[in-house]
Write a protein that binds this ligand. Structure first.
Ligand code: ZN
Length: 318
């Protein structure tokens, strides 16, 4: 077989956060650095935490370096840096209320970073779990006045969530995960977050986390525009394919595989994350086992492949 078409499995890296917990170990069996582990960077070429290739001739390489050196594996995609970042987030506590810049603003103000449009698939959550998604201000004056007076309850819109929900979060959207939510996030490869409000929390040393009020006001979409998406479904041989979003930066799907599912890799590259169950993937005569918590990339030109078993995957491509 052509080794350049084989599937690349990825070793995630983990980020400790004050709002993190232990679900990444409890639910996915990952070895986490502490009981305050918030983020699994599962498919990442970002310099703040790159995933490492686990198999094949590129074993041991960081994804961002592989992307630069072997661009044909990624169909010579038109971006200098690996464009996407897939994470699993365990919000054991509320995250800060935040907003991300678009490409133009990030490029000008954050050393050439990409902007950050993201989306969330809710893997699991507690009963009555909520997120913050959007705000009530009609004008910038109202937005600023509410922030200055600390009228957070009036300003922030809370939305209840349940497992299987999907949210598309374009740059400029005021948002926060709240406690008890476990999500898979697909986003632009960016680590730029502007914090608007952190619930006046202090860390162990008694310090509050830095806020970025001016930049938040600069980049927030006012009034909030709701761009929630309507999933589309089709079924093939017992497998249900859900399309959540086909947007500017990424397309995201869920595959509920039962039995055998045949597909064709005809994108620049395809990212897969197993969020439930187990099985195997067959490509070009090679078979790889798949289990919950595995993340992989099917490179450019791989062609036909088959996934077998009883498993759920979140799949994306740029
Ligand atoms: Zn965010």
């Amino acid at each position: 077989m052509n080794y350049k078409r084989d599937i690349l499995f990825l070793e995630p890296i983990f980020q400790e956060r004050i709002w993190g917990g232990t679900k990444l170990a409890d639910e996915f069996g990952y070895e986490i650095p502490s009981e305050l582990t918030g983020e699994c960077w599962a498919v990442s070429g970002h310099p703040n935490g790159q995933s490492i290739i686990k198999n094949g001739p590129f074993e041991g390489m960081a994804l961002g370096d592989l992307y630069v050196e072997e661009r044909d594996l990624f169909g010579n995609y038109d971006s200098e840096k690996f464009p996407l970042l897939t994470k699993i987030l365990d919000a054991n506590q509320d995250l800060s209320v935040q907003v991300h810049p678009n490409d133009e603003y990030a490029h000008a103000h954050e050393n050439g970073e990409l902007g950050k449009t993201e989306c969330w698939y809710v893997i699991d959550c507690e009963k009555d779990a909520e997120i913050i998604f959007g705000h009530t201000a009609e004008t910038k004056e109202e937005f600023v006045a509410r922030i200055e007076k600390g009228e957070w309850n009036q300003l922030l819109t809370r939305v209840s969530v349940k497992p299987g929900d999907f949210f598309y979060v374009p740059s400029g959207t005021i948002h926060a995960l709240c406690s008890g939510v476990l999500i898979l996030e697909t986003q632009q490869s960016s680590d730029t977050t502007y914090r608007v409000y952190d619930y006046d929390r202090k860390d162990k040393e008694g310090n509050a986390r830095e806020l970025h009020i001016e930049k938040s006001i600069d980049v927030s979409t006012i009034p909030h525009t709701n761009v929630n998406v309507t999933p589309e479904f089709f079924e093939q041989d017992g497998t249900k394919v859900t399309t959540y979003v086909n947007a500017e930066y990424f397309s995201v799907y869920k595959w509920d595989v039962i039995g055998s599912f045949e597909s064709v890799q005809d994108k620049h590259f395809l990212i897969g994350s197993v969020i439930e169950g187990s099985g195997e993937v067959k490509l070009d005569g090679a078979t790889h086992p798949l289990k919950k918590g595995d993340h992989f990339i099917i490179p450019f030109g791989a062609g036909e492949f088959t996934i077998e078993g009883d498993l759920q995957l979140i799949v994306s491509h740029p």
